[in-house]
Design a protein around this ligand. Structure first.
Ligand code: C2E
Ligand code: MG
Ligand code: MG
Length: 434
């Protein structure tokens, strides 16, 4: 090998590393490097960093094979190469994630700029994909480009599951949201170790007996450093990072302990329902774990109700059906939570052994409207005809309570009767309201 060959070889190695070998756009390292240079060398140009993902790309690979997957990536990359102008860049950061550095345009122009690629892939029967775009407008030119990409990716993350949004702009609100999410994740382990999570109880009013027929355990987090954080905020984060399984275990154990103490005092407890997250079903030993836990506190199974969110069922129906069957067979009462929130699989009602249907508060809200009332009435009748009881959630007014009674709901849960209460106040509530 002469010197020239060696030079050429090293040049081609450099080129290979500079370009992504599949698509020919810049590789991650070189995208960052050239983007930084471009931004610094043109101090009077405004730039946007755009991060984009192909939705469901993993599924394309699984269903259609990696050849189709690669073809989609190549089409997307060559489309981007075709639309960027001098001084603009495109790179592939990983898998189906591309980054672009473009001269700033009005955000409203981006849809017409980018939509042709998905239209092309669909119209030519290559793959009916959706692409989402996170946009970060560069302000501080000294910020590292990988941070800028992270910010564009944060904007993108916010619209992952949305049906109607394909473009999202990063703003300061998202920044503080991302920081809060980080703080929540950083603090969760120590919070559980220091018993910062507390179980509150919200009564379920039995219409037939006109007393408290049960209660739902709802977790609360009052952090000495972060303040009060609502479950609506931390549960989705814990579902994403997997911590929900640990937290749920903690809540189930607190409830089992409390039921045990009531039984020890010779009092017959009312059934308490706990929430089971969709993530919990990823555990192989879920049913076994719950049974062992409740047995270790010598609590008869019928005192623990298990609330399973309706949307979980569409994730993994087979495993969920098996777990529920085992738990139902072991004597636990199963409640289908959030019924009517849009994930409805009516077939779930016939395929799975539910005992109770929890009508989501979105059905109860606005039930004054004749159409909504009619739907509610039919759902309650349908449930009762297949011998499933109903809990109407989110009842806030006396009028709603009266209507729900007329419609034949079995239980009512809502602020009209009581907000979720700390254990000692809940005990007082029970003394007053049976
Ligand atoms: P969910 O299981 O459907 O719980 C009912 C939610 O409705 C509770 O919100 C409750 O406070 C609220 N609520 C009840 N009555 C009314 C009312 O009349 N009006 C209004 N506006 N709201 C009412 P919360 O406690 O904020 O919990 C939100 C969601 O977080 C729960 O929805 C559940 O999905 C989840 N969650 C709460 N605790 C846990 C837990 O320990 N584990 C798991 N996996 N999820 C939990
Ligand atoms: Mg619930
Ligand atoms: Mg619910």
């Amino acid at each position: 090998m002469d010197t020239f060959d060696t030079m050429e070889e090293s040049l081609s190695i450099i080129k290979m590393a500079e370009r992504d070998s599949l698509t020919g756009v810049y590789s991650q390292t070189f995208f960052y490097h050239y983007a930084e240079r471009e931004i610094h060398e043109h101090p009077y140009s405004d730039y946007d960093i755009i991060i984009t993902n192909i939705e469901g790309f993993r599924l394309i690979n699984e269903r259609e094979g990696w050849k189709t997957g690669n073809m989609v990536l190549c089409h997307v990359a060559s489309f981007f190469k075709g639309i960027i102008k001098d001084g603009e860049l495109c790179g592939r950061l990983m898998a189906d994630r591309f980054a672009l550095l473009v001269k700033r345009r009005p955000v409203s122009e981006y849809p017409s700029m980018f939509m042709p690629v998905t239209n092309y892939l669909r119209d030519n029967d290559i793959a009916p994909v959706t692409m989402k775009y996170g946009i970060f407008q560069v302000e501080d030119r000294d910020e590292a480009v990988d941070f800028m990409c992270d910010k564009a990716a944060t904007a993108l993350k916010k619209i992952y599951k949305s049906y109607d949004k394909n473009f999202a702009l990063y703003d300061e609100k998202l920044k503080s949201q991302a920081e809060t999410e980080q703080l929540i994740s950083d603090n969760m382990e120590s919070a559980i170790a220091h018993h910062e999570f507390e179980v509150y109880y919200q009564p379920k009013h039995s219409i037939k007996n006109d007393n408290t027929g049960g209660a739902e355990a709802l977790v609360r987090w009052n952090s000495p450093t972060l303040g009060f954080i609502s479950p609506g905020q931390f549960i989705p984060i814990f579902e994403q990072n997997g911590f929900i399984s640990k937290l749920d275990e903690y809540v189930w154990e607190e409830v089992a302990k409390s039921l045990h103490e009531t039984l020890e005092k010779g009092i017959q407890p009312i059934p308490i329902s706990v929430n089971i997250s969709r993530i919990d079903f990823e555990r192989r030993d879920l049913a076994d774990h719950i049974i062992k836990l409740v047995d270790s506190y010598e609590v008869p199974h019928e005192y623990l109700h298990l609330e399973i969110t309706e949307s979980a069922y569409s994730d993994n129906p087979k495993k969920i059906a098996q777990d529920i069957e085992t738990l139902h067979h072991a004597g636990f009462v199963i409640e289908l939570d959030d019924f009517g929130t849009g994930y409805s699989t009516l077939s779930a009602l016939s395929e799975i052994s539910f005992d109770i249907l929890k009508l989501d508060m979105s059905l109860v809200k606005g039930m004054e409207q004749p159409k909504k009332k009619m739907i509610l009435s039919h759902v309650i009748d349908m449930a009762s005809s297949i011998e499933i009881q109903t809990v109407a959630e989110g009842c806030e007014t006396e009028d709603q309570a009266q209507e729900l009674k007329k419609l034949g709901a079995t239980y009512i849960q809502g602020f009209y009767y009581s907000k979720p209460l700390p254990e000692n106040q809940f005990e007082q509530y029970l003394v007053a309201n049976g």
